[in-house]
Design a protein around this ligand. Structure first.
Ligand code: SAM
Length: 320
């Protein structure tokens, strides 16, 4: 197993955004190797709840927790359920939530997890290590559904041709390894001028589908809205435009920049009071030093907002 340590992206910007203080209760909803959680714990006598859906990350976090005198608590699960996970520990309001979306270097670099087309391994991609794997999707899904996933989540222009080729190949031999799928993509999809491996988009699309990553963002943002106290901060780092658009649209709407209610509806004139205030209109991106030290930070964007004292727009868990 080859694992490189995960270098936290936009670390000091996230810590500045959450502005930890003594006694604060904070959530690191994507714990990974705990880069954000450790920095927050080092900056103030605060308490951090670390959430991750990957059992390996939870194990690593539990091993760390002893060093923090009960200030770090690990919660196994999805950040889309963060209010329920915290309620189990008697917490119904917090001062800050950080989300660093996507996969960690540990996950990508371990061929046994099946996220990478660069090394051969089982075609898995499940962050939780349970439920349907990427191989299950590729071997069982209807051609049209597969094409849709590759187009919508992978932004693959050749999605139909690719789905057709996958369905033809799987009749001869089911897909079991990352190498097998990457080879097929390279055979079917021409390499673009940008030099990016054509398998990149297919692997991104499948990973997002296997882990319902966009659904998690759609559940996680309103869950954070319900949990944050007035003045509490939300900091979200996204790595691709599909996620970033969800974050941008959510914060724009909740901060009063969305469409106004129609004057033909009974709610006319009763615009909802904003539940967030944007702390920066534009996303925060890595500086040249960070990019030189960590090329993986290249496409990262941080959006930060502060909770107002208006009621959350979302009702019960899972509703926006
Ligand atoms: C980019 S890494 C976070 C790295 C972390 N900031 C650090 O400094 O080590 C993303 C982590 O979030 C986890 N994750 C992704 N989506 C999740 C979700 N919906 N709920 C909980 N954990 C999630 C992944 O398993 C992975 O460990």
């Amino acid at each position: 197993m080859t694992q490189s340590p995960h270098i936290p992206v936009l670390l000091h910007q996230v810590v500045d955004a959450l502005a930890p203080f003594d006694g604060a209760v904070l959530v690191d909803g994507t714990f990974g190797a705990g880069g954000y959680a450790r920095a927050l714990l080092a900056n103030a006598a605060c308490r951090v709840f670390g959430i991750d859906r990957d059992p390996t990350a939870i194990e690593g976090g539990r091993a760390l927790a002893g060093a923090y005198d009960g200030r770090l608590t690990m919660l196994s699960g999805c950040f889309g359920d963060m209010d329920r996970l915290l309620a189990e520990h008697g917490i119904d309001a917090v001062d800050g939530v950080a989300l660093d979306l996507g996969v960690s270097s540990m996950q990508i670099d371990d061929p046994a997890r099946g996220f990478s087309f660069r090394a051969d391994g089982p075609l898995d991609m499940r962050m939780e290590c349970q439920g349907p794997s990427a191989a299950d999707l590729v071997n069982r899904m209807a051609e049209a559904e597969l094409a849709d996933i590759l187009y919508r989540y992978g932004e693959e222009r050749h999605s139909r041709r690719l789905a057709r080729a996958i369905v033809a190949d799987r009749k001869l031999q089911p897909f079991t390894t990352t190498g097998q799928l990457a080879d097929l993509v390279r055979r079917v999809v021409p390499r673009g001028k940008d030099g990016i491996d054509p398998a990149t988009r297919t692997f991104q699309g499948l990973r997002i589908a296997v882990n319902d990553e966009l659904g998690e963002v759609e559940r996680g943002l309103p869950a954070a809205e319900r949990l944050l106290k007035p003045g509490g901060r939300l900091a979200v780092v996204a790595f691709h435009s599909l996620e970033d658009r969800l974050v941008k649209d959510f914060l724009r709407q909740r901060s009063g920049g969305g469409a106004q209610p129609s004057r033909h509806l009974p709610t006319a004139g009763r615009a909802r009071p904003p539940s967030f205030r944007l702390l920066s209109k534009k996303p925060i991106t890595p500086d040249a030093d960070e990019l030189a030290a960590n090329p993986r930070a290249r496409s990262s964007r941080l959006r930060v907002a502060e909770r107002t004292d208006a009621p959350a727009w979302s009702g019960e868990a899972g509703r926006t």
